[in-house]
Design a binder for this molecule. Structure first.
Ligand code: SF4
Length: 374
């Protein structure tokens, strides 16, 4: 079949795709509202998170911050706390900044102009296309992971869709298939088809409204074509849980602008080659915060995977000795009673350590004492 004939055959099946969507769309909380704020928040949450995992976060968020104006009035702490566990925290901070800009410059109304909307912090072409098409009916094609996979299979795309040429071809195809005036339902239908009928493994081709023109249905799992990826690097990190005699625990704040920026954590850092976790913890505490502390016990290591690397955290209970306040300049840190630790927004890996600590502290006296010879 020529490419043009293939496109014609696909275009003819678009009404069947929309009918399938109307009959099978999941009842998702953001679809019940459908306004631009709801679509925006959900799309940002869904960028790195599965639908089932995002739903409780979305519902919690909307209970606390039901409108854009409520979000604009919220503080950083509240927003990060609501986002905690979703990862990629710059998304939450950008939402907050963007909401404040919408209130200041657009009178609290989310702009329905794609260029104005895309000028807001954290709004890229994908989010702009999703919100503009679903909430305002703008003719913009949305290409997320589900759409990319469906289009790659429909056309038996020979390129990896993550490559430059593959991405260009998918984007062009998505635009060419978009029926004018139907972008909202169309984009959601393609995304839903990818999620429900054409997932990465075991697609249900017999139930697919696009099976007739689909060029990849004989070997769907061969698409999208994948170039091998590099292995993720692995880091070993020492974490110092420093406790004063009054029971308070030291935490510091990750710098804004970096990974997990603005979240609180137990201080520490990478273990150098040939270094033990205890030595690394002592060194990092001294270098970063001017804290002298003695490791007295080691907790079980905590494994965590980020998108671009994996880590093993080695938590060490440490006895506080002294602190040079001048050395911690430029860092935000505080001594917190253990009961207040859960109220601080933290990276998920630190939350795992906190769980270990909670069990340990239930069983042990509040302040560890050094073992003989340590
Ligand atoms: S026919 Fe199969 S492979 Fe093709 S789009 Fe439908 S579910 Fe995916």
């Amino acid at each position: 079949m020529s490419p043009a004939a293939g496109m014609d055959a696909l275009s003819q099946r678009i009404p069947a795709l929309h009918a399938w969507y109307r009959a099978n769309a999941r009842d998702l909380p953001w679809r019940r509202r459908g306004d631009a704020y709801a679509v925006w928040v959900s799309e940002i949450m869904l960028q790195q998170t599965r639908v089932t995992a995002a739903i409780p976060y979305y519902e919690r968020w909307m209970l606390a911050l039901p409108t854009l104006r409520a979000l604009a009035r919220a503080d950083d702490h509240t927003v990060l706390r609501l986002w905690e566990g979703l990862g990629y925290y710059s998304r939450a901070r950008n939402l907050l900044r963007a909401a404040r800009i919408v209130v200041e410059r657009h009178g609290g109304r989310i702009p329905d102009d794609p260029r104005e909307f895309q000028a807001l912090p954290g709004v890229g072409p994908y989010t702009a296309a999703a919100v503009m098409s679903i909430a305002f009916g703008r003719d913009l094609a949305v290409v997320d992971g589900n759409v990319r996979r469906v289009l790659a299979r429909l056309t038996a795309l020979p390129e990896d869709p993550r490559s430059g040429e593959g991405r260009r071809r998918i984007d062009r195809l998505a635009r060419d298939l978009l029926p004018p005036g139907r972008a909202g339902v169309h984009n959601q239908a393609l995304m839903e088809l990818g999620a429900l009928v054409c997932p990465p493994r075991s697609p249900s081709c017999a139930a697919c409204p696009l099976r007739e023109p689909c060029l990849g249905r004989a070997t769907p799992e061969a698409y999208p074509v994948r170039r091998p990826r590099k292995r993720r690097p692995h880091h070993r990190v020492a974490v110092g849980i420093v406790r004063r005699p009054d029971g308070r625990v030291l935490i510091d704040r990750r710098p804004y602008g970096g990974l997990l920026g603005g979240l609180w954590e137990f201080p520490g850092g990478k273990i150098e080659p040939g270094e033990t976790p205890a030595r690394a913890a002592v060194r990092e505490l001294r270098e970063e915060l001017g804290v002298r502390a003695e490791p007295v016990a080691e907790l079980p290591p905590v494994e965590h995977a980020y998108s671009h690397f994996t880590v093993t955290l080695h938590p060490l209970l440490c006895r506080f000795v002294e602190m040079d306040p001048a050395a911690g300049e430029g860092r935000e840190w505080r001594w917190v009673p253990p009961g207040e630790l859960p109220h601080h927004p933290m990276p998920r890996a630190n939350r795992k350590i906190l769980e270990l600590l909670t069990h340990r502290w239930k069983e042990e006296p509040p302040c560890p004492t050094p073992s003989p010879g340590s």
